[in-house]
Design a protein around this ligand. Structure first.
Ligand code: PBG
Length: 312
């Protein structure tokens, strides 16, 4: 009876799996604060992609850890940068897999900030130049979607113009539109080696107390030409997700972030919660709140369960 009147479903088509490619390691390395999630070398990356594709997951989002960093994040846009190499390799082997490129500088700058810094301040407009270069280089490497996450004002318009000027008029932009300055990103900053060297990201990421601010951010991204909107993190922001869903008609992405993953894993490892049930409740909750797609480190686990016949 419950199945007959069920309002919300989570499908494999809704899942996006994050993948870390690291220029500094051999094979793979587990991320201590994210059990079951690994960084992969360029040599090992296709082994992981095969696992993902074989489970029926249709999209990944790719993050890179470069072997050199500088003040402006040069390794983010080099032709032979780690992400560019990985995109080329993955698209050649699996042309049908949707490869989303996370477009940011924090993994590539020596300051660990998502833009360029002068006198201790992250400069919005100067940073746009570099984020556009990064997006264009990822597009040239074969990315299917550009996903800018550095949260600078005006980045969608700047990237759209950069892509259009370089003959990527049809390439969509998945903007991390509503990105809160959150402590839930802690484990990711280990995974991507991207913790800021000084200060925090409050100059460019949003205050978790704000709701109207979120609607303004979404509206400006829509106006600037975004093709997808995103709310990040997810669990503490489901009200925002619902409101964005109701007011805007673009596909909406929920980012179920690293700290949310780590909390569930840690409690489950202690035997304090039932991991499978909690994962289902959490992800279905995001769909109920209006998300169309979910970026989640649980994507492979969920796909396995769906493949075994479980209905989400
Ligand atoms: C890069 C970026 C971050 C995340 C995704 N892209 C970190 C940050 O903004 O500090 C976090 C993802 C996660 O926690 O899983 N700017």
């Amino acid at each position: 009876m419950r199945d007959l009147v069920r309002e919300t479903h989570l499908l494999k088509d809704d899942l996006i799996m994050p993948v870390f490619v690291d220029a500094n390691i051999k094979d793979r390395k587990e991320i201590p604060s994210m059990p079951g999630v690994y960084q992969f070398s360029l040599d090992a990356i296709l082994d992981e992609i095969k696992v993902i594709v074989d489970k029926g997951i249709k999209a990944i989002i790719l993050f890179g850890l470069p072997d050199h960093k500088d003040e402006v994040g040069t390794s983010a846009w080099e032709d032979d940068g780690i992400v560019q190499e990985a995109i080329r390799k993955i698209k050649k082997a699996y042309p049908d897999l949707i490869v989303i490129a996370d477009t940011c500088l924090c993994e590539y700058t020596s300051t660990g900030h998502c833009g360029v810094v002068k006198d201790g301040v992250v400069l919005n407009d100067e940073s746009l130049t570099y984020i556009v270069k990064t997006a264009v280089s990822q597009a040239k490497a074969g990315a299917d979607i550009i996903a800018p996450s550095n949260a600078m004002d005006g980045y969608v318009a700047a990237i759209r113009e950069g892509l259009d000027d370089n003959n990527f008029k049809n390439l969509p932009i998945m903007s991390y539109s509503i990105k809160y300055a959150s402590s839930f990103y802690g484990p990711f900053r280990d995974a991507a080696n991207s913790a800021p060297e000084f200060g925090d990201r409050k100059g460019y990421q949003m205050d978790p107390a704000n709701r109207l601010d979120a609607l303004r951010e979404a509206a400006s991204d829509v106006k600037e030409g975004a093709d997808f909107l995103m709310v990040k993190p997810s669990m503490a922001f489901l009200d925002v997700m619902r409101e964005v869903r109701d007011r805007f008609d673009l596909p909406l992405v929920a980012y179920n972030v690293s700290g949310e993953y780590a909390m569930i894993k840690a409690a489950a490892q202690n035997g304090w919660i039932n991991e499978n049930q909690i994962v289902r409740e959490t992800l279905v909750g995001m769909k109920r709140a209006g998300a169309d797609l979910i970026i989640t480190y649980f994507a492979k686990d969920v796909a396995d369960r769906i493949n075994k016949g479980e209905v989400f």
